[in-house]
Write a new protein. Structure first.
Length: 432
Protein backbone atom coordinates (compact mmCIF):
# COMPACT_ATOMS: atom_id res chain seq x y z
CA UNK A 1 0.00 0.00 0.00
CA UNK A 2 1.44 3.35 -1.07
CA UNK A 3 2.21 6.15 1.31
CA UNK A 4 -0.52 8.71 1.76
CA UNK A 5 -0.01 12.22 0.47
CA UNK A 6 1.54 14.94 2.60
CA UNK A 7 -1.82 16.68 2.70
CA UNK A 8 -3.54 13.61 4.13
CA UNK A 9 -0.74 12.94 6.63
CA UNK A 10 -0.67 16.52 7.93
CA UNK A 11 -4.46 16.65 8.20
CA UNK A 12 -4.54 13.30 10.00
CA UNK A 13 -1.81 14.46 12.38
CA UNK A 14 -3.67 17.70 13.10
CA UNK A 15 -6.90 15.78 13.72
CA UNK A 16 -5.13 13.34 16.03
CA UNK A 17 -3.45 16.08 18.07
CA UNK A 18 -6.42 18.44 18.24
CA UNK A 19 -8.92 15.62 18.70
CA UNK A 20 -6.94 14.12 21.56
CA UNK A 21 -6.53 17.53 23.19
CA UNK A 22 -10.24 18.34 22.87
CA UNK A 23 -11.35 14.96 24.21
CA UNK A 24 -8.97 15.19 27.17
CA UNK A 25 -10.14 18.76 27.81
CA UNK A 26 -13.79 17.68 27.60
CA UNK A 27 -13.26 14.82 30.07
CA UNK A 28 -11.41 17.14 32.44
CA UNK A 29 -14.17 19.74 32.13
CA UNK A 30 -16.86 17.18 32.97
CA UNK A 31 -14.88 15.91 35.96
CA UNK A 32 -14.23 19.43 37.23
CA UNK A 33 -17.88 20.40 36.75
CA UNK A 34 -19.01 17.28 38.60
CA UNK A 35 -16.62 18.04 41.43
CA UNK A 36 -17.72 21.67 41.56
CA UNK A 37 -21.42 20.75 41.63
CA UNK A 38 -20.90 18.19 44.41
CA UNK A 39 -18.87 20.72 46.40
CA UNK A 40 -21.54 23.39 45.95
CA UNK A 41 -24.25 20.96 47.03
CA UNK A 42 -22.22 19.93 50.10
CA UNK A 43 -21.69 23.57 51.05
CA UNK A 44 -25.40 24.25 50.68
CA UNK A 45 -26.61 21.40 52.92
CA UNK A 46 -23.85 22.11 55.49
CA UNK A 47 -24.79 25.75 55.66
CA UNK A 48 -28.50 24.97 55.92
CA UNK A 49 -27.89 22.44 58.71
CA UNK A 50 -25.70 24.92 60.59
CA UNK A 51 -28.30 27.71 60.30
CA UNK A 52 -31.02 25.46 61.72
CA UNK A 53 -28.71 24.29 64.52
CA UNK A 54 -28.10 27.92 65.57
CA UNK A 55 -31.85 28.56 65.69
CA UNK A 56 -32.32 25.45 67.83
CA UNK A 57 -29.58 26.47 70.26
CA UNK A 58 -31.14 29.89 70.71
CA UNK A 59 -34.55 28.30 71.26
CA UNK A 60 -35.94 30.07 68.20
CA UNK A 61 -36.58 26.96 66.11
CA UNK A 62 -40.12 26.95 64.61
CA UNK A 63 -41.80 23.60 64.09
CA UNK A 64 -42.23 24.27 60.38
CA UNK A 65 -39.24 25.45 58.30
CA UNK A 66 -39.55 27.09 54.91
CA UNK A 67 -38.01 25.28 51.89
CA UNK A 68 -34.79 26.93 50.59
CA UNK A 69 -32.10 26.26 48.06
CA UNK A 70 -32.27 23.43 45.56
CA UNK A 71 -35.24 21.60 47.11
CA UNK A 72 -33.38 21.34 50.39
CA UNK A 73 -35.38 19.65 53.13
CA UNK A 74 -34.77 19.83 56.89
CA UNK A 75 -35.63 17.45 59.73
CA UNK A 76 -34.71 17.95 63.37
CA UNK A 77 -34.84 14.59 65.14
CA UNK A 78 -34.77 14.42 68.92
CA UNK A 79 -35.09 11.18 70.78
CA UNK A 80 -36.49 9.43 67.67
CA UNK A 81 -39.12 12.10 67.04
CA UNK A 82 -39.24 14.87 64.42
CA UNK A 83 -39.47 18.14 66.33
CA UNK A 84 -39.12 20.45 63.31
CA UNK A 85 -39.21 19.91 59.56
CA UNK A 86 -39.46 21.62 56.20
CA UNK A 87 -42.86 22.08 54.65
CA UNK A 88 -42.19 19.38 52.06
CA UNK A 89 -41.64 16.67 54.72
CA UNK A 90 -43.92 18.00 57.46
CA UNK A 91 -45.60 15.16 59.33
CA UNK A 92 -43.18 12.54 57.97
CA UNK A 93 -41.36 10.03 60.11
CA UNK A 94 -37.60 10.54 60.45
CA UNK A 95 -36.09 10.13 56.96
CA UNK A 96 -32.56 9.72 58.25
CA UNK A 97 -31.40 8.20 61.46
CA UNK A 98 -27.60 7.96 61.13
CA UNK A 99 -25.69 9.79 63.87
CA UNK A 100 -23.27 12.62 62.99
CA UNK A 101 -19.68 11.56 62.55
CA UNK A 102 -16.53 13.18 63.84
CA UNK A 103 -16.97 16.03 61.38
CA UNK A 104 -19.70 18.43 62.32
CA UNK A 105 -21.66 18.73 60.19
CA UNK A 106 -20.90 15.35 58.63
CA UNK A 107 -21.90 14.44 55.06
CA UNK A 108 -23.32 11.24 53.64
CA UNK A 109 -25.03 10.15 50.44
CA UNK A 110 -28.28 8.39 51.20
CA UNK A 111 -30.12 7.09 48.18
CA UNK A 112 -30.50 9.99 45.73
CA UNK A 113 -29.85 12.65 48.37
CA UNK A 114 -26.83 14.36 49.82
CA UNK A 115 -27.39 14.69 53.58
CA UNK A 116 -25.61 16.83 56.18
CA UNK A 117 -26.04 15.93 59.88
CA UNK A 118 -25.07 18.07 62.86
CA UNK A 119 -25.66 17.60 66.61
CA UNK A 120 -27.43 20.20 68.70
CA UNK A 121 -28.60 20.35 72.36
CA UNK A 122 -32.28 21.12 72.82
CA UNK A 123 -34.69 21.08 75.78
CA UNK A 124 -35.70 17.59 74.71
CA UNK A 125 -32.11 16.45 74.92
CA UNK A 126 -29.47 15.78 72.27
CA UNK A 127 -30.94 16.24 68.80
CA UNK A 128 -29.69 15.88 65.23
CA UNK A 129 -30.36 18.37 62.46
CA UNK A 130 -30.53 16.77 59.00
CA UNK A 131 -30.36 18.90 55.82
CA UNK A 132 -30.72 17.08 52.50
CA UNK A 133 -30.74 18.06 48.81
CA UNK A 134 -31.31 15.80 45.81
CA UNK A 135 -28.35 14.76 43.66
CA UNK A 136 -30.51 14.97 40.54
CA UNK A 137 -29.55 18.63 40.06
CA UNK A 138 -25.86 17.71 39.95
CA UNK A 139 -26.42 14.86 37.51
CA UNK A 140 -28.67 17.03 35.34
CA UNK A 141 -26.05 19.77 35.08
CA UNK A 142 -23.31 17.27 34.25
CA UNK A 143 -25.53 15.54 31.69
CA UNK A 144 -26.27 18.85 30.00
CA UNK A 145 -22.58 19.62 29.76
CA UNK A 146 -21.86 16.17 28.33
CA UNK A 147 -24.51 16.70 25.65
CA UNK A 148 -23.05 20.09 24.74
CA UNK A 149 -19.53 18.68 24.57
CA UNK A 150 -20.73 15.69 22.54
CA UNK A 151 -21.90 18.16 19.90
CA UNK A 152 -19.19 20.81 20.17
CA UNK A 153 -16.09 18.59 20.29
CA UNK A 154 -16.83 16.64 17.06
CA UNK A 155 -17.81 19.91 15.38
CA UNK A 156 -14.51 21.51 16.41
CA UNK A 157 -12.56 18.44 15.26
CA UNK A 158 -14.35 18.54 11.91
CA UNK A 159 -13.70 22.27 11.60
CA UNK A 160 -10.01 21.79 12.37
CA UNK A 161 -9.80 18.97 9.83
CA UNK A 162 -11.46 20.99 7.07
CA UNK A 163 -9.40 24.08 7.86
CA UNK A 164 -6.15 22.11 7.92
CA UNK A 165 -7.07 20.34 4.68
CA UNK A 166 -7.72 23.65 2.92
CA UNK A 167 -4.68 25.43 4.36
CA UNK A 168 -2.32 22.57 3.54
CA UNK A 169 -3.83 22.32 0.07
CA UNK A 170 -3.28 26.02 -0.56
CA UNK A 171 0.22 25.83 0.88
CA UNK A 172 1.13 22.86 -1.33
CA UNK A 173 -0.33 24.32 -4.53
CA UNK A 174 3.03 25.87 -5.50
CA UNK A 175 4.74 22.55 -4.76
CA UNK A 176 2.29 20.75 -7.04
CA UNK A 177 2.87 23.39 -9.71
CA UNK A 178 6.62 22.82 -9.37
CA UNK A 179 6.12 19.05 -9.59
CA UNK A 180 4.01 19.32 -12.74
CA UNK A 181 6.51 21.62 -14.40
CA UNK A 182 9.48 19.41 -13.50
CA UNK A 183 7.59 16.34 -14.76
CA UNK A 184 7.15 18.04 -18.14
CA UNK A 185 10.80 19.07 -18.45
CA UNK A 186 12.73 16.72 -20.71
CA UNK A 187 16.36 16.59 -21.80
CA UNK A 188 15.40 18.56 -24.90
CA UNK A 189 13.55 21.29 -22.97
CA UNK A 190 15.92 22.25 -20.18
CA UNK A 191 15.22 25.93 -20.84
CA UNK A 192 11.92 25.67 -18.97
CA UNK A 193 11.75 26.81 -15.35
CA UNK A 194 9.42 26.13 -12.44
CA UNK A 195 7.10 28.92 -11.24
CA UNK A 196 8.36 30.96 -8.28
CA UNK A 197 5.43 31.87 -5.96
CA UNK A 198 7.16 34.99 -4.61
CA UNK A 199 6.02 34.30 -1.04
CA UNK A 200 9.51 34.64 0.49
CA UNK A 201 9.10 31.34 2.36
CA UNK A 202 10.57 27.85 2.15
CA UNK A 203 8.59 26.97 -0.98
CA UNK A 204 9.75 30.18 -2.66
CA UNK A 205 13.36 29.26 -1.83
CA UNK A 206 12.73 25.69 -3.04
CA UNK A 207 11.54 27.01 -6.40
CA UNK A 208 14.57 29.29 -6.65
CA UNK A 209 16.90 26.42 -5.79
CA UNK A 210 15.14 24.20 -8.33
CA UNK A 211 15.57 26.82 -11.04
CA UNK A 212 19.22 27.20 -10.08
CA UNK A 213 19.63 23.44 -10.45
CA UNK A 214 17.91 23.57 -13.85
CA UNK A 215 20.28 26.38 -14.87
CA UNK A 216 23.23 24.17 -13.99
CA UNK A 217 21.70 21.17 -15.74
CA UNK A 218 21.06 23.23 -18.85
CA UNK A 219 24.61 24.55 -18.82
CA UNK A 220 26.00 21.04 -18.24
CA UNK A 221 23.82 19.66 -21.02
CA UNK A 222 24.99 22.41 -23.35
CA UNK A 223 28.62 21.71 -22.46
CA UNK A 224 28.07 18.00 -22.96
CA UNK A 225 26.51 18.50 -26.39
CA UNK A 226 29.32 20.83 -27.39
CA UNK A 227 31.86 18.41 -25.99
CA UNK A 228 30.39 15.47 -27.92
CA UNK A 229 30.17 17.49 -31.13
CA UNK A 230 33.75 18.76 -30.82
CA UNK A 231 35.04 15.33 -29.82
CA UNK A 232 33.32 13.77 -32.82
CA UNK A 233 34.84 16.45 -35.04
CA UNK A 234 38.31 15.85 -33.65
CA UNK A 235 38.02 12.07 -33.89
CA UNK A 236 36.83 12.29 -37.47
CA UNK A 237 40.06 13.95 -38.63
CA UNK A 238 42.57 11.12 -37.92
CA UNK A 239 40.03 8.52 -38.99
CA UNK A 240 39.52 10.38 -42.28
CA UNK A 241 43.28 10.51 -42.88
CA UNK A 242 43.61 6.77 -42.22
CA UNK A 243 40.68 6.04 -44.53
CA UNK A 244 42.10 8.25 -47.29
CA UNK A 245 45.47 6.52 -47.15
CA UNK A 246 43.83 3.09 -47.20
CA UNK A 247 41.73 4.03 -50.19
CA UNK A 248 44.79 5.41 -51.98
CA UNK A 249 46.67 2.21 -51.30
CA UNK A 250 43.80 0.08 -52.60
CA UNK A 251 43.46 2.23 -55.70
CA UNK A 252 47.17 1.97 -56.61
CA UNK A 253 48.51 -1.08 -54.82
CA UNK A 254 51.67 -1.28 -56.90
CA UNK A 255 52.82 2.25 -56.23
CA UNK A 256 52.28 2.31 -52.46
CA UNK A 257 55.26 2.75 -50.14
CA UNK A 258 54.25 0.39 -47.36
CA UNK A 259 56.78 1.84 -44.92
CA UNK A 260 55.53 5.39 -45.46
CA UNK A 261 51.94 4.18 -45.29
CA UNK A 262 52.55 2.34 -42.01
CA UNK A 263 54.39 5.34 -40.58
CA UNK A 264 51.48 7.59 -41.44
CA UNK A 265 49.04 5.15 -39.89
CA UNK A 266 51.09 5.00 -36.69
CA UNK A 267 51.23 8.80 -36.52
CA UNK A 268 47.47 9.10 -36.86
CA UNK A 269 46.95 6.21 -34.44
CA UNK A 270 49.17 7.93 -31.87
CA UNK A 271 47.30 11.18 -32.39
CA UNK A 272 44.00 9.35 -31.99
CA UNK A 273 45.25 7.63 -28.83
CA UNK A 274 46.35 10.95 -27.31
CA UNK A 275 42.97 12.46 -28.07
CA UNK A 276 41.13 9.53 -26.47
CA UNK A 277 43.37 9.77 -23.39
CA UNK A 278 42.64 13.48 -23.13
CA UNK A 279 38.90 12.91 -23.41
CA UNK A 280 39.05 10.18 -20.77
CA UNK A 281 40.98 12.45 -18.41
CA UNK A 282 38.44 15.25 -18.88
CA UNK A 283 35.59 12.81 -18.24
CA UNK A 284 37.24 11.74 -14.98
CA UNK A 285 37.70 15.37 -14.03
CA UNK A 286 33.98 15.95 -14.57
CA UNK A 287 33.30 13.03 -12.22
CA UNK A 288 35.62 14.52 -9.59
CA UNK A 289 38.18 11.71 -9.85
CA UNK A 290 40.99 13.56 -11.63
CA UNK A 291 43.31 13.04 -8.63
CA UNK A 292 44.21 9.39 -8.20
CA UNK A 293 46.74 9.69 -5.36
CA UNK A 294 47.75 12.30 -2.78
CA UNK A 295 51.49 11.78 -2.45
CA UNK A 296 54.10 14.42 -1.69
CA UNK A 297 55.54 15.45 -5.04
CA UNK A 298 58.69 17.50 -5.63
CA UNK A 299 57.25 19.69 -8.33
CA UNK A 300 60.62 21.29 -9.13
CA UNK A 301 61.97 17.88 -10.20
CA UNK A 302 59.08 17.39 -12.61
CA UNK A 303 59.48 20.91 -14.01
CA UNK A 304 63.24 20.53 -14.50
CA UNK A 305 62.81 17.15 -16.21
CA UNK A 306 60.17 18.43 -18.63
CA UNK A 307 62.17 21.62 -19.28
CA UNK A 308 65.23 19.54 -20.18
CA UNK A 309 63.15 17.43 -22.58
CA UNK A 310 61.86 20.59 -24.27
CA UNK A 311 65.37 22.02 -24.51
CA UNK A 312 66.58 18.76 -26.04
CA UNK A 313 64.06 19.03 -28.88
CA UNK A 314 65.84 22.17 -30.05
CA UNK A 315 62.75 24.04 -31.19
CA UNK A 316 63.01 26.81 -28.58
CA UNK A 317 65.36 28.05 -25.89
CA UNK A 318 64.24 27.24 -22.36
CA UNK A 319 64.96 29.72 -19.56
CA UNK A 320 64.66 27.86 -16.25
CA UNK A 321 66.51 30.31 -14.03
CA UNK A 322 63.38 31.01 -12.01
CA UNK A 323 62.86 27.42 -10.90
CA UNK A 324 63.21 26.93 -7.14
CA UNK A 325 62.19 24.15 -4.77
CA UNK A 326 58.49 23.45 -4.50
CA UNK A 327 56.59 20.54 -3.00
CA UNK A 328 52.88 19.76 -3.28
CA UNK A 329 50.61 16.87 -2.39
CA UNK A 330 48.85 15.25 -5.33
CA UNK A 331 49.01 12.83 -8.25
CA UNK A 332 52.53 12.79 -9.73
CA UNK A 333 51.54 11.72 -13.24
CA UNK A 334 48.73 14.22 -13.48
CA UNK A 335 51.00 17.01 -12.25
CA UNK A 336 53.57 15.94 -14.84
CA UNK A 337 50.79 16.23 -17.41
CA UNK A 338 50.12 19.81 -16.27
CA UNK A 339 53.77 20.81 -16.69
CA UNK A 340 54.05 19.07 -20.07
CA UNK A 341 50.89 20.65 -21.44
CA UNK A 342 52.00 24.12 -20.35
CA UNK A 343 55.42 23.68 -21.95
CA UNK A 344 53.94 22.22 -25.16
CA UNK A 345 51.52 25.14 -25.38
CA UNK A 346 54.31 27.66 -24.82
CA UNK A 347 56.51 25.91 -27.40
CA UNK A 348 53.72 26.10 -29.97
CA UNK A 349 53.29 29.87 -29.55
CA UNK A 350 56.86 30.96 -28.73
CA UNK A 351 59.01 32.84 -31.20
CA UNK A 352 62.34 31.80 -29.68
CA UNK A 353 62.17 31.42 -25.90
CA UNK A 354 60.08 29.66 -23.26
CA UNK A 355 60.56 30.73 -19.62
CA UNK A 356 59.72 28.61 -16.58
CA UNK A 357 59.53 29.78 -12.96
CA UNK A 358 58.53 27.91 -9.80
CA UNK A 359 58.13 29.51 -6.39
CA UNK A 360 56.75 28.26 -3.07
CA UNK A 361 55.40 30.51 -0.31
CA UNK A 362 54.38 28.36 2.68
CA UNK A 363 51.58 26.09 1.37
CA UNK A 364 51.17 27.98 -1.92
CA UNK A 365 53.16 26.85 -4.96
CA UNK A 366 53.17 29.03 -8.08
CA UNK A 367 54.26 27.73 -11.49
CA UNK A 368 54.59 30.29 -14.30
CA UNK A 369 55.29 29.27 -17.91
CA UNK A 370 55.79 32.11 -20.39
CA UNK A 371 56.80 32.60 -24.01
CA UNK A 372 57.81 35.44 -26.32
CA UNK A 373 54.97 34.81 -28.75
CA UNK A 374 52.11 37.11 -29.80
CA UNK A 375 50.30 36.96 -26.45
CA UNK A 376 46.62 36.43 -25.63
CA UNK A 377 43.95 39.13 -26.15
CA UNK A 378 42.41 40.15 -22.78
CA UNK A 379 38.94 38.96 -23.80
CA UNK A 380 40.27 35.50 -24.67
CA UNK A 381 42.24 34.78 -21.49
CA UNK A 382 39.44 32.82 -19.88
CA UNK A 383 38.30 31.14 -23.07
CA UNK A 384 41.68 29.52 -23.69
CA UNK A 385 40.93 27.15 -20.81
CA UNK A 386 37.71 25.93 -22.41
CA UNK A 387 37.66 22.62 -24.21
CA UNK A 388 38.42 22.43 -27.95
CA UNK A 389 39.28 26.13 -28.04
CA UNK A 390 42.13 27.26 -30.29
CA UNK A 391 42.93 30.88 -30.97
CA UNK A 392 44.81 30.17 -34.21
CA UNK A 393 41.73 30.93 -36.29
CA UNK A 394 42.37 28.35 -39.00
CA UNK A 395 42.05 25.45 -36.52
CA UNK A 396 45.09 23.79 -37.99
CA UNK A 397 45.10 20.41 -36.33
CA UNK A 398 48.39 19.41 -37.81
CA UNK A 399 50.32 22.30 -36.31
CA UNK A 400 48.47 22.36 -33.00
CA UNK A 401 46.57 20.02 -30.76
CA UNK A 402 42.87 19.44 -30.31
CA UNK A 403 42.45 22.42 -28.01
CA UNK A 404 42.35 20.29 -24.87
CA UNK A 405 45.76 21.00 -23.35
CA UNK A 406 44.92 24.05 -21.25
CA UNK A 407 41.49 22.72 -20.29
CA UNK A 408 43.22 19.62 -18.92
CA UNK A 409 45.61 21.90 -17.02
CA UNK A 410 42.70 23.83 -15.53
CA UNK A 411 40.80 20.69 -14.45
CA UNK A 412 43.83 18.95 -12.91
CA UNK A 413 44.93 22.09 -11.07
CA UNK A 414 41.36 22.64 -9.81
CA UNK A 415 41.24 19.03 -8.59
CA UNK A 416 44.39 19.80 -6.57
CA UNK A 417 42.78 22.89 -5.04
CA UNK A 418 44.50 25.44 -7.28
CA UNK A 419 43.67 27.82 -10.12
CA UNK A 420 44.98 28.37 -13.64
CA UNK A 421 45.17 31.85 -15.17
CA UNK A 422 46.52 33.40 -18.37
CA UNK A 423 48.08 36.86 -18.62
CA UNK A 424 50.42 38.94 -20.76
CA UNK A 425 53.97 39.06 -19.46
CA UNK A 426 55.79 42.39 -19.59
CA UNK A 427 58.43 42.25 -22.29
CA UNK A 428 57.29 38.77 -23.38
CA UNK A 429 54.29 37.30 -25.15
CA UNK A 430 52.23 35.60 -22.47
CA UNK A 431 52.42 33.49 -19.35
CA UNK A 432 50.19 30.86 -17.74
Amino acid sequence: MGRRSVRVRITAAALAVVGTALIVAAVMLVLLLRRYEFSALDDEVRMRAGDVAELAQRGELPPVLANTGRDTVIQVVCDGRVTAASTAVRGSAPLWTFPPGTDDPSLRTVGDDRVAATRVVMPCGSATVYAAAPLSHVFATVDEMEIVLAVVVPALILLVGLTTWRLVGRTLEPVEAIRREVAEISANALDRRVPVPGTADEIDRLAGTMNGMLDRLEAANRRQRTFVADASHELRSPLAVIRARLEAGLARPGSVDLKALATGWLDEQARLERLVDDLLLLARADEGSAVGTHDLVDLDELVLAEARDLQARGTVTVDGAGISAGRVRGDREHLRRVVRNLLDNAEHHAAHTVSVALHQDEDLVELVVGDDGPGIPPDERQRVFERFVRLDGDRNRRGGGAGLGLSIVRDIVAAHGGTAEAADAEGRGREV
